[in-house]
Design a protein. Structure first.
Length: 401
């Protein structure tokens, strides 16, 4: 899985400027500079959306490789990973249009859109990042996208932006840190029942966080998003992590300094808060799709190993879960452990020690242990956790059972 933000491939972390320059004639930049949160604009039909980042913020965009990236997006991501100083000031998100997965056609369409949007919106080419969230192989006419740019500019000039994303509710969570308070928020595209559809999730931190720290968050959270939506990932999935605002404490008279280093005591707390928001969103999406149980793999040495283990266990977990639903026969963690050991005997990652495999239940039905009565099959646990040791890598995915 290609990850442009992998610490194995990128150069030394680049410090994002605290106050990047914005275009004086750009209504998006002017409106965003005066706000502490991202501003949102949408065309009349709601099929296209623009997110403008405040001047004080930075953004990291964790993208899934493969069909989900057109040539333009890949180029921009690689430039950022190489530390050339590119700092996206706006993100174009098109939840309903899919110009990706079409090879050279994707690249040419992206380049044409970049030129037109730059001309019509007054944004620099390096400020544009657009990602499709629709079915692969279906496209929205370029003329519709270009025409929407003019509408967006008029809206931005007239109304100075909207506070909430047009394609999903913004969930805010007051958050206490080792030093002061801040606010974390999440937005997402509307849940889609069709697993072939891509989705866009955004996480926002209400205080300045440097790009090199956001990259660490992206490396941790992006695998959770991809695995949580579908075991193999969904082409076009996009995770946007932003940070901005002055971080004013509740007293209103002091601003928090930027989070600039990985060893800042606030990093662990913020990461935990963002993880909770994203996992909550995945659980809600699972409920919409009729998936009430999550499969979690933890203790792997690397994210790649965690994904391989999860993909090996997922089919067995689905089959076992559906069999329990049908038969009504209750099961204990030890029963699931036997199922998973058999699955791993057929396909296993190199270096994985099956002897370390352990299973536990969390959530509904978690009280069912080997020392107690087994849980009712109609009340499977909210999460089936498979542990492989002391590694720090983990993934989570829903089970359609």
């Amino acid at each position: 899985m290609w990850n442009p933000f992998s610490r194995k491939t990128r150069t030394a972390p680049q410090m994002a400027p605290s106050a990047p320059q914005t275009h004086s004639d750009n209504p998006f930049g002017r409106a965003a500079s005066a706000a502490s949160d991202p501003l949102w604009f949408s065309d009349p039909e709601g099929r296209l959306a623009l997110m403008a980042l405040p001047a004080s913020g930075t953004g990291v965009f964790a993208l899934r490789g493969g069909l989900g990236l057109d040539g333009r997006v890949r180029e921009l991501a690689e430039r950022r990973a190489n530390g050339d100083g590119t700092d996206f000031r706006a993100v174009i998100v098109t939840p309903e249009a899919a110009a990706e997965g079409l090879g050279a056609a994707s690249t040419s369409v992206a380049e044409a859109l970049g030129f037109e949007w730059e001309r019509r919106l007054g944004l620099a080419r390096c400020d544009l990042l657009w990602a499709s969230g629709g079915p692969i192989g279906e496209t929205l006419e370029v003329g519709t996208l270009i025409g929407a740019a003019s509408v967006l500019r008029e809206v931005a000039t007239r109304e100075a932006g909207k506070s909430d994303p047009p394609f999903g509710p913004l969930r805010r969570m007051p958050f206490r840190m080792p030093e002061g308070h801040t606010e974390l928020s999440l937005w997402e595209t509307p849940p889609a029942v069709d697993l072939a559809r891509a989705s866009v999730h955004g996480l926002h931190v209400g205080l300045p966080v440097r790009r090199n720290v956001l990259e660490v968050f992206a490396e941790t959270l992006a695998p959770k998003l991809w695995a949580g939506l579908h075991p193999a990932g969904t082409a076009g999935d996009l995770l946007v992590i932003t940070a901005s605002g002055e971080g004013v404490e509740r007293s209103g008279n002091a601003s928090q300094p930027p989070v600039e280093r990985w060893d800042d005591p606030r990093v662990e707390a913020i990461s935990a808060g963002l993880t909770n928001l994203l996992e909550d969103a995945l659980r809600r999406r699972a409920l919409v799709r009729g998936m009430r149980t999550m499969l979690a793999v933890e203790g792997a040495e690397t994210t790649k190993e965690a994904h391989e283990l999860a993909e090996s266990l997922w089919p067995a977990a689905v089959a076992a879960g559906r069999a329990l639903r049908t038969s009504g026969k209750p099961e204990r963690p030890s029963g699931w452990e036997r199922v998973f050991r058999v699955a791993l005997s057929l396909r296993v990652s190199e270096g994985v020690e099956r002897s370390r495999l352990a299973v536990r239940f969390e959530g509904i039905g978690a009280e069912a242990t080997d020392a107690s009565d087994a849980t009712d099959a109609s009340k499977l646990p909210a999460r089936i956790v498979v542990s492989f040791g002391r590694g720090r890598a983990s993934v989570m995915m829903p089970l359609p059972i």
